[in-house]
Every structure is written in structure tokens, then in C-alpha cells.
Design a protein around this ligand. Structure first.
Ligand SMILES: [Zn+2]
Length: 222
């Protein structure tokens, strides 16, 4: 199904792709940075750029839709709706991470979206392989519900809750697809190294406090 994050790198065109899942990458379009929450989808143009970065749209299709949708009331209304949906999804994901089940209200909303915006599946070429995947061709803004709704439904039905996790150092959520299942950070580059350095410094501070007045200091460090 059309749900794995298809983008291989962490940042694409100013958007974060560390969720390992389209639904989580969508959720992570409102990260909290040092200066506070940052809306990465402030306007319709940004939404289309995110759809291209996440490979829901081809760059060519993105250019066409960006021109077509810009400054239309329908696109503005849709953007507000999908951002509100994203925040309801956030509550659900946080609940899942805490072991709570999905509310009936959210399930009903999602089922309604799936019914109103069914996904089109097609046989697509992925490198040398053929893959059954989403072949959505949005024309109007609300067509974007189809890939988002199916991704969220897939996340909630197929992912083990234990693998759904929030980064230990920031607000970003991800699906741990590692073999060991012990991933703790959104990304080693973004938070992993920062935490490791902080932990190292903490150990150093603790070691200094414990350090005897006389003795071999270097053996007590780290
Ligand atoms: Zn993080």
C-alpha cells in the first residue's frame, strides 16, 4: 500500500522526512524548534511542495496544481481542514504511543474520509521492480484526502504500537522499522548526536563530582 516514506533523505525542500511513514511525515510538518512550534504548511504553495517532496505528486504535477490552486478559496479551506485533521491525528498517535486505543470518533472521521475519497491503486515502476501502489492523481484540493487518509488508516491498522514512538529529544514522531526496534531519536544527525554529547557531558560532570581529591582523575572519566 502507498504508505512508506518514499523519500530517502531527512530534509527535502525544507520538510522533514524521518517518520518512515507518510502519515508520520505529514504529522511532522509542525515540528517544535528552539523558537517554538513551526508551521511548515503555512499556505497552499507549501502544501503542494510537501506533496511533491513526499512523492505523492510528481514535480510536474505539483507545478500545475500550485498554479491552479493558488489563491482559490477551496484550497484555503482544504488547507485549514487538513491542518486541523493533522492535530487530531497527533492526539491519536500520542495516545497510541501511550498504549491507548484509537477513539471511535477518530475512526468514524477516518472511515468517512476513506469512503468519500477512495484511493486509486495502480501498478507502478519502482526502479527495476513493479509495485502495487497508490496512483492518486489529485485535480482538486480535496483529492489529497485520498493518499493521506489511506496512509493514516494503514499506520493505525498495521503498525505495532510499540514501534510508534516520539523522539526522546524533540516532538517528532517516527515508526521504528529497525531490526532491533531500539531507535530512540528522530535522526542521529538531528537529535541523536545532540543527546549523545549531552549524555557525555553529564557523565563528565558526575565523574568530576565523584572524583577524589587525590588519585588518578583520568580513570574516573567517562
Ligand atoms: Zn528528534
Amino acid at each position: 500500500m502507498p504508505v512508506a516514506s518514499k523519500a530517502p533523505t531527512e530534509w527535502i525542500d525544507g520538510f522533514l522526512f524521518v517518520g518512515n511513514h507518510l502519515a508520520l511525515d505529514f504529522l511532522n510538518t509542525r515540528p517544535v524548534l528552539a523558537e517554538g512550534p513551526k508551521e511548515l504548511l503555512p499556505d497552499v504553495e507549501a502544501l503542494v511542495r510537501w506533496l511533491v517532496a513526499s512523492r505523492v505528486l510528481t514535480p510536474q504535477k505539483g507545478r500545475i496544481l500550485s498554479r491552479k490552486w493558488q489563491d482559490t478559496p477551496q484550497a484555503s479551506v482544504f488547507l485549514r481542514q487538513i491542518r486541523k485533521f493533522r492535530e487530531r491525528l497527533r492526539a491519536v498517535v500520542i495516545g497510541q504511543e501511550a498504549g491507548r486505543s484509537v477513539s471511535d470518533a477518530f475512526m468514524a472521521e477516518l472511515n468517512s474520509l476513506l469512503k468519500q475519497h477512495p484511493s486509486v491503486i495502480g501498478l507502478l515502476r519502482k526502479g527495476k521492480k513493479l509495485k502495487l501502489d497508490a496512483a492518486s492523481e489529485p485535480e482538486k484540493p480535496t483529492d489529497v484526502w485520498a493518499p493521506i487518509a489511506i496512509a493514516v488508516a494503514e499506520l493505525l491498522s498495521n503498525s505495532s504500537p510499540g514501534r510508534l514512538r516520539k523522539c526522546e529529544a524533540c516532538i517528532v514522531h517516527f515508526l521504528d522499522t529497525s531490526k532491533k526496534g531500539s531507535r530512540r531519536w528522530c535522526s542521529m544527525n538531528i537529535c541523536g548526536n545532540r543527546i549523545k554529547v549531552a549524555a557525555y557531558q553529564q557523565r563528565k560532570r558526575t565523574a568530576r563530582k565523584k572524583m577524589p581529591l587525590r588519585g588518578n582523575a583520568s580513570s574516573t572519566l567517562i
